[in-house]
Design a protein around this ligand. Structure first.
Ligand code: C2E
Ligand code: MG
Ligand code: MG
Length: 427
């Protein structure tokens, strides 16, 4: 039978035919596993195609030829593999365990050869049971399971489940839902106020997006932003939100209301792939909004990606005269010395960081120290997620005079925000 020259595995078409035969004629249980290598392109880029080929060959060796339970294997294309294994005795747990061990062995071996590469294989498994219809359907299910962990560095194998299917289904609905909502003007801007602690006065607002679904239910950003990012549509959303915010500040000015600065969240993808982002900003100059009224928030994790490139992009936004804020500081990976070299004006402490800090004496000392350092190098600080007066007092005692959180208000629909906070502000 014909096989892939590189890995000596079956051609995909042959694999499907053979697998179909085995599953329908033999009464045994089988599990189908789909696999790929997380950062395969990186390995090709850094070590060259020969290294990439070697990695693919080794993967076939480890997970197929040296696996006594494997019945059939194929490289579908590039770095995507499918393997049919006997599933008789293995509970999911056993399979997880076996895969985990093999994976550890494989990545250790490969990393000793290619030390710059973090080798991570993702696998999705689907048990083939009674209602078997076609191999293709099983492969699709295994692929869904695999894709459910693609962004995780902790997990490396997942079993297909109803929950995974539902999640994928929901994700599939996000794009048409978003596109229809854009057409129907059901993409809404909510504003959450920021307050100065010592005066208890309004200091600004953050624009947070919502979608109103066709039943009138408000859908939070967590339900659609990750999918929009994955599918390359986030910049459509973000340019819309930014434009709405410019129009809003303009209308405050035109109505004789004294504006407050409004911050907008940018996805790292706006900066990474939206070459036109600066053009978008230039096109908004038609609103003639003084630049001090617009701020851009980017989460601290954007700097992990490609620090030089992101630094340049944010630097150019800053040079245009806008303030840049580092969102969610302390929720993950920030390191104090990078803050000093990044083009940011404001540090926004994440709720989790604030919570962890104010619970212990040492935490308070650390937070006070960090805030002091930030202020000394000319940065502004704000704490988000402040829910109680006690929290606000703690935050104030650490030297932060700006807060955002449920203590003052939740994010409000535009009109409500205006009625509550803006109409009294005659310029
Ligand atoms: P974020 O920018 O860190 O926004 C703060 C989130 O904390 C908001 O969630 C807000 O409702 C919530 N929050 C505010 N005060 C409190 C509090 O006292 N306690 C607690 N527990 N939570 C509080 P939301 O609106 O669901 O937004 C979630 C995230 O979605 C935002 O996090 C931001 O990263 C993203 N996002 C929102 N709108 C946009 C947008 O227009 N574009 C992009 N790219 N991302 C957006
Ligand atoms: Mg934010
Ligand atoms: Mg935040």
């Amino acid at each position: 039978m014909q096989e892939d020259k590189l890995t000596k595995l079956l051609y995909f078409d042959n694999f499907k035919k053979e697998a179909d035969k085995i599953i329908t004629t033999e009464k045994a249980d089988y599990i189908l596993i789909s696999m790929n290598i997380s950062n395969f392109r990186y390995i090709n880029d850094v070590y060259g195609y020969e290294a990439g080929d070697e990695l693919l060959k080794q993967l076939a060796e480890y997970f197929y030829f040296n696996n006594p339970n494997a019945r059939l294997g194929s490289r579908m294309h590039a770095d995507r593999f499918v393997i049919l294994t006997a599933g008789n005795e293995s509970t999911e747990e056993k399979l997880f365990h076996r895969f985990f061990e093999k994976h550890a062995e494989f990545s250790k071996r490969m990393e000793s050869k290619y030390p710059l590469a973090k080798i991570h294989v993702n696998a999705g498994a689907c048990r083939i049971d009674g209602d078997f219809r076609s191999v293709s359907e099983i492969i699709d299910k295994a692929e869904l399971a695999r894709k459910s962990i693609v962004d995780s560095y902790v997990e490396n194998i997942a079993f297909y489940s109803e929950a995974i299917a539902e999640k994928a289904d929901r994700e599939r609905r996000v794009i048409p839902m978003f596109e229809q909502a854009m057409k129907d003007e059901r993409v809404l801007i909510y504003l959450q106020p920021k307050f100065t602690i010592n005066t208890q006065q309004l200091a600004g607002a953050e624009a947070l997006v919502r979608i109103k679904d066709t039943e009138g239910e408000v859908v939070p950003p967590a339900a659609f932003i990750p999918t929009l990012e994955k599918r390359g549509l986030i910049s459509d959303l973000d340019s819309y939100v930014v434009e709405q915010v410019y129009a809003l500040v303009r209308s405050w000015i035109d109505r004789g209301i004294e504006p407050v600065p409004v911050s907008v969240n940018l996805s790292r993808l706006d900066l990474m792939y939206e070459m036109k982002w600066e053009e978008t900003l230039k096109s908004l100059e038609k609103y003639q909004v003084p630049k001090q009224y617009i701020e851009y928030e980017v989460t601290e994790t954007v700097f992990l990606e490609d620090m030089e490139y992101i630094t340049a992009k944010l630097g150019s936004i800053q040079k245009m005269g806008y303030k840049v804020s580092m969102d969610d500081f302390g929720s993950g990976y920030s390191s104090l010395n990078t803050v000093g070299v990044l083009p940011v004006d404001i540090i926004k402490f994440d709720r989790s960081f604030v919570q962890n800090s104010i619970n212990t004496g040492k935490g308070i000392q650390i937070m006070s120290g960090i805030i002091d350092i930030f202020k000394r190098i000319g940065l502004e600080v704000i704490c988000e997620g402040v829910e109680t007066k006690e929290e606000e007092n703690m935050v104030a005692s650490c030297g932060c005079n700006l807060v955002q959180g449920y203590l003052h208000d939740k994010p409000l629909p535009l009109q409500e925000f205006e009625e509550k906070y803006m109409v009294g502000r005659k310029a």
